[in-house]
Write a protein of this length. Structure first.
Length: 354
């Protein structure tokens, strides 16, 4: 009897162990299937955005105009826009987080044509020729994920491996879409801006932030209509940052350029943001307080949109080696900045913005 009880107990323990292992295996399979589905969706959106870039370049070459911009939503979240034109076919662009992916972009060459780029370098064919975006010889790169690697094709048939799919998420192809009374501005993640004319009043107002933490801080403080996004008009209504970013691990705040109501940065405004790499000042920023960017040890790029140098306090870049960062200013006022009070201390870092 004792042996039978021991055997029964052993069987029960084995069944329990098998059940736990089976549950764990099922969870891992489910996680893998979810990751595959997410990567497939990321890839679909990336390819849609690549096609949208090509369409926008076509729009520019054909002098077409935008007639409407309709948000694409997933529940309450805006994940992109469908854009219609006077002549051309509608396009849909997506923003938000994407898989860590190769950066497909475009750049205009000296012949004034746009060519495709990959991670900032020209995309070249087998004969080392640049790949045009549009025209009779234009082509559209395609991305795919296979066996956990990124691949690119220029003809839909032949594929070249670009490397493993990295863990985590990153930004997609479009950094922001904004508009004024006459034009819509499509800013790519590599900084390229495509400017397309509008027909009448077409509202394109949502800022697409490059840095999730910056967006989170901005939305939590200044999203007045509570839609989970920050619009250009909401950003423009802000008059003081109130040290919202002080000592926060933000990396990029190029969208600060939209905060046109902010004319002054307080003392130590961004002090100890030791992961901050880049920031763009709004055009009418007039005053920068003492130590505003002190100990921002990762800073590499500061861009000033205004033609008049802001009045600056003491040691605004204290603790940052001068060789680590550049200050970009409008090309017509480089000398004005280099000789302005306070700014002259940083003359060697001041260069013309591209």
């Amino acid at each position: 009897m004792k042996s039978l009880m021991m055997l029964t107990s052993g069987l029960c323990a084995a069944l329990l162990l098998f059940g736990c292992e089976n549950d764990d295996l099922k969870k891992r399979v489910d996680d893998l299937e979810n990751r595959v589905e997410q990567l497939e969706e990321f890839c679909r959106r990336m390819n849609a955005n690549i096609e949208a870039i090509q369409s926008l370049v076509d729009v520019l070459s054909e002098a077409d105009r935008i007639t409407a911009v309709v948000p694409v939503r997933n529940g309450s979240e805006t994940i992109g826009y469908t854009i219609t034109f006077e002549k051309g076919e509608p396009i849909t662009i997506y923003h938000g987080k994407n898989a860590v992916a190769p950066v497909i972009g475009i750049r205009q060459d000296v012949d004034e044509r746009y060519y495709w780029t990959l991670d900032g370098d020209w995309l070249l064919d087998d004969e080392a020729r640049k790949l045009p975006v549009n025209g009779e010889d234009g082509m559209t790169p395609q991305l795919k994920i296979e066996k956990d690697c990124w691949y690119v094709s220029y003809d839909g048939t032949n594929w070249s491996e670009l490397g493993k799919v990295a863990e985590g998420e990153d930004n997609g192809i479009f950094r922001s879409v904004t508009a004024d009374d006459e034009y819509a501005y499509f800013t790519l993640i590599d900084g390229t801006v495509l400017t397309v004319p509008l027909v009448g009043e077409v509202a394109v107002d949502v800022i697409l932030f490059e840095d999730d933490l910056v967006k989170s801080i901005c939305v939590s403080r200044w999203d007045t209509d509570k839609d989970g996004e920050l619009s250009v008009s909401e950003a423009g209504a802000v008059t003081s940052l109130r040290k919202a970013f002080n000592a926060k691990p933000i990396r990029h705040f190029r969208e600060f350029a939209y905060f046109t109501g902010v004319t002054a940065l307080a003392e130590s405004e961004f002090c100890d943001c030791d992961e901050l790499e880049s920031i763009v000042f709004p055009a009418n920023l007039a005053t920068i307080g003492d130590w505003a960017f002190s100990w921002c040890l990762s800073l590499t790029s500061v861009e000033c949109k205004g033609e008049n140098p802001p009045t600056i306090g003491a040691d605004i870049f204290d603790g940052i080696p001068a060789s680590d960062y550049v200050i970009r200013v409008p090309v017509s006022v480089v000398e004005r900045y280099k000789t302005a009070a306070g700014w002259s201390d940083y003359a060697s870092q001041i260069v013309a913005a591209e």
